[in-house]
Design a protein around this ligand. Structure first.
Ligand code: HEC
Ligand code: HEC
Ligand code: HEC
Ligand code: HEC
Ligand code: HEC
Ligand code: HEC
Ligand code: HEC
Ligand code: HEC
Ligand code: HEC
Ligand code: HEC
Length: 472
């Protein structure tokens, strides 16, 4: 409470409103700049993490893009101490994937001095020419921050070289199903040419089974063999579930998961580090995608409460790890592939899956009415079975690996069951994606047809030349 005498106190003359403002401003600046450097360079896991996290978040100039906001607090993954962007920041995390995608426009493509004029208009050797951060008012999907007609700067020639392209606008090159800037594996004309004329649904549509280690019956364990010490020994449901699994059949006993090392002894919680001892590939994939990306940067694990996508409230505060889908002791991959996802995800596309013919195929296959691999669950598309370096078919646990641009899914998923034109059309129709492919595409992409015509014209020209030169 202010007393009346306060007001009658003589005022000290040099504290004018202006000097107060100046002082406040100085103090604020020192604090802000200090916090800025401290929080930008400090290690998240060492210091009082909540305070640090809040301070860092306050220093963000704007919302971080969809791809990165879960790791936005790892400022120093991208920034130098004085807030510049590190020279190799983007490639330190994305080089491998762009290489595998056979990037159509890698930076080194522009090393040729002949490209200097083009680079002056648009410096394609720098990622941040096209992908900026924390500027939501300027960024589109995939963190893109440039006008959609930029292909023009380097490819004007195409209008005259390709009669079929004469009427196209330059903001249509990179629309769904035509061209991508980086990953054109499913869109290169030679590839399309190979698949011209394929049926909508191929004969015997199915995905391959994952390869399993050969399990010797000698190592198989039963409930009586559990090696959990007292008081951790299990009975009932838990023991029964474990005894039914491939783990028991492969001789993986309780301690293999619950005793990380001799010193720590038995622990109820089992981290992904323990799974990694036997499943390194799955863990590596998981760490790269949205589900595991925070853990990979030593940030606290993600919870659905922190998501921007719609999530079911029931699991809002659960930390994501391997048990998010492989919960309990059953390690039931049928459950993990669809039901598990739907306990968290709650967007229109997820909810629509049940009504698709894919889901019907999945239910039939699960009930033994369809052959193995003929069903299409969430995981069939998002955690596809792919070949690893040693040629084994394993489950890709990075669910972002083939997500955007969505043409990435064509080769890794759809083409096992559908023709290429059908796949391109389906993925190019945003409403159909939203409806989780319950229905037919309302969009028709002409590229396969154009490629067919282009190759026919070329073949005709060649035949004419041959005829003129006497068929030699
Ligand atoms: C995934 C990479 C990434 C992360 C993580 C990240 N930033 Fe950025 N940040 C960028 C990029 C890219 C730019 C844009 C640079 C440009 O446009 O020249 C940027 C711009 C900025 C700018 C504006 C700088 C300028 O010169 O205009 C500030 C300030 C900034 N970031 C602060 C932060 C802070 C604080 C954090 C951590 C809380 C953070 N950033 C995390 C990539 C990142
Ligand atoms: C610390 C690692 C890391 C760094 C550094 C990083 N990224 Fe990413 N980026 C990720 C992860 C993880 C994802 C999410 C998974 C995915 O989409 O592959 C992602 C996603 C993306 C996406 C896809 C976004 C979407 O909506 O699908 C783009 C584009 C991207 N990053 C570009 C960049 C650029 C450009 C830079 C440099 C300014 C950069 N990244 C720096 C890890 C990183
Ligand atoms: C001339 C503009 C341009 C430049 C430069 C550029 N990108 Fe992209 N990037 C795109 C466009 C456009 C997309 C959207 C998908 C597409 O068309 O390939 C994209 C998509 C991506 C994606 C999403 C996944 C994928 O495989 O397509 C990643 C990751 C990415 N860029 C990383 C980078 C990195 C790292 C660099 C720097 C080495 C870089 N980009 C430079 C235009 C650019
Ligand atoms: C900064 C210049 C530049 C920009 C911008 C650019 N390109 Fe290119 N592009 C090149 C160069 C250089 C080549 C290689 C020479 C060639 O094949 O013409 C190339 C090649 C290609 C190829 C042929 C690849 C192959 O191996 O068959 C395609 C397709 C392509 N670009 C599409 C696009 C699209 C679509 C865009 C816009 C989303 C775009 N480019 C933007 C410079 C650029
Ligand atoms: C393949 C690894 C693995 C094996 C083998 C395994 N567990 Fe577990 N166990 C876990 C994981 C992961 C959790 C955490 C469960 C969760 O979060 O859903 C767990 C949790 C537990 C818990 C904590 C209570 C609970 O139900 O969550 C007990 C007790 C337990 N396990 C006992 C056992 C016993 C006894 C055996 C042998 C019969 C065994 N476990 C075999 C991975 C394993
Ligand atoms: C001591 C080694 C070992 C550890 C530790 C281990 N696993 Fe396994 N796991 C195996 C073996 C062996 C198989 C069966 C053979 C195969 O799939 O190649 C298997 C199979 C699986 C399967 C497939 C089950 C099926 O029915 O198809 C899943 C899922 C799985 N493990 C998840 C996990 C998770 C999650 C963890 C950590 C909580 C874990 N495993 C820890 C060795 C291990
Ligand atoms: C988003 C859900 C999800 C998460 C999280 C998840 N998995 Fe899986 N996992 C699956 C699904 C679904 C399958 C089976 C897919 C199939 O059969 O096509 C599977 C299969 C497996 C398999 C056996 C198949 C193989 O050869 O790869 C192993 C081993 C495995 N997971 C380990 C792990 C480990 C370790 C983690 C933690 C890093 C983990 N999973 C996290 C959904 C998940
Ligand atoms: C425990 C909850 C949980 C489970 C179970 C789960 N997810 Fe997720 N998933 C998340 C969260 C949280 C995110 C991050 C969303 C965000 O950042 O907005 C995510 C992200 C994703 C993304 C990336 C979205 C994007 O736009 O980049 C895909 C795809 C995805 N999940 C598919 C699946 C599939 C398929 C399954 C089942 C095999 C599954 N999820 C199981 C919680 C879960
Ligand atoms: C036939 C393949 C297919 C099936 C089945 C499927 N999806 Fe998708 N999913 C896609 C495609 C394609 C996209 C869109 C990628 C894009 O264009 O951004 C997508 C997008 C998503 C996203 C990201 C949404 C966003 O706005 O960023 C999530 C999360 C997701 N799916 C989860 C699921 C879940 C959970 C299921 C099962 C209930 C499922 N999906 C079934 C193909 C599939
Ligand atoms: C395991 C095989 C398989 C995979 C993988 C698969 N599909 Fe299908 N899909 C089918 C079959 C079989 C049908 C026909 C079902 C019917 O006619 O009852 C179908 C039907 C469809 C339909 C028409 C649905 C309707 O209601 O008429 C669309 C659209 C579709 N798939 C798109 C895709 C896309 C896009 C992908 C890749 C992201 C994909 N599918 C992956 C097997 C598959």
């Amino acid at each position: 409470m202010r007393s009346t005498t306060d007001q009658t106190k003589p005022r000290i003359s040099f504290i004018t409103p202006f000097t107060v403002q100046l002082l406040c401003w100085l103090v604020m600046t020192v604090v802000v700049v200090g916090l800025f450097f401290w929080s930008a360079t400090a290690n998240y896991s060492n210091l009082s993490s909540t305070l640090l996290g809040t301070t860092k978040a306050l220093l963000l100039p704007g919302q971080t893009s969809h791809g990165h906001y879960q790791i936005e607090l790892a400022c120093n993954a991208c920034h130098t101490a004085n807030m510049g962007v590190k020279q190799d920041a983007c490639l330190s995390c994305h080089q491998e994937e762009l290489k595998l995608a056979r990037d159509t426009h890698p930076a080194k493509k522009f090393d040729d001095p002949g490209n200097a004029a083009r680079l002056k208009v648009l410096d394609a050797q720098k990622c941040i020419t096209c992908h900026r951060e924390h500027v939501p008012e300027h960024t589109h999907p995939m963190g893109l921050s440039l006008p959609t007609d930029y292909c023009y700067h380097c490819h004007q020639g195409v209008m005259t070289e390709r009669p079929s392209h004469a009427d196209f606008a330059f903001n249509s090159c990179a629309t769904a199903g035509c061209h991508n800037y980086h990953d054109n594996r499913a869109l290169y004309e030679n590839f399309l040419q190979k698949h011209v004329g394929e049926m909508d649904v191929v004969d015997n549509p199915h995905v391959r089974e994952p390869d399993r280690a050969t399990l010797s019956p000698d190592v198989a364990l039963s409930a009586a063999d559990q090696d959990a010490p007292e008081p951790h020994r299990a009975e009932g449901r838990l023991l029964h579930d474990w005894a039914q699994t491939l783990h028991a059949r492969a001789g993986v006993n309780c301690q293999a998961c619950h005793v990380a090392d001799k010193q720590s002894g038995w622990q109820d919680a089992v981290s992904h580090h323990t799974c990694a001892k036997c499943h390194a590939g799955e863990v590596a994939g998981w760490l790269q995608g949205h589900h595991g990306m925070r853990v990979a940067r030593d940030l606290p694990p993600m919870t659905p409460a922190e998501a921007r996508l719609p999530m079911k409230p029931a699991r809002a505060h659960e930390q994501l790890d391997c048990s998010s889908c492989h919960g309990g002791h059953r390690f039931d991959t049928q459950y993990a592939a669809a039901e598990a996802c739907m306990t968290c995800h709650n967007d229109a596309h997820t909810l629509a899956w049940k009504h698709s013919s894919h889901a019907e195929l999945w239910t039939r296959a699960g009930a033994g009415q369809g052959a193995p691999g003929t069903g299409v669950a969430c995981a069939t598309c998002h955690l596809p079975r792919c070949e690893n370096e040693s040629g084994k078919v394993v489950v890709q646990h990075n669910q972002n690996d083939n997500l955007r641009p969505n043409e990435k899914m064509i080769r890794s998923v759809c083409m096992q069951c559908h023709g290429i034109a059908f796949s391109i059309d389906s993925l190019a129709d945003a409403n159909l994606v939203k409806a989780c492919f319950a229905g037919r595409s309302q969009t028709q992409i002409k590229s396969v047809e154009m490629v067919r015509e282009w190759f026919e014209t070329k073949a005709k020209k060649r035949a004419n030349r041959k005829a003129k030169t006497g068929g030699s």
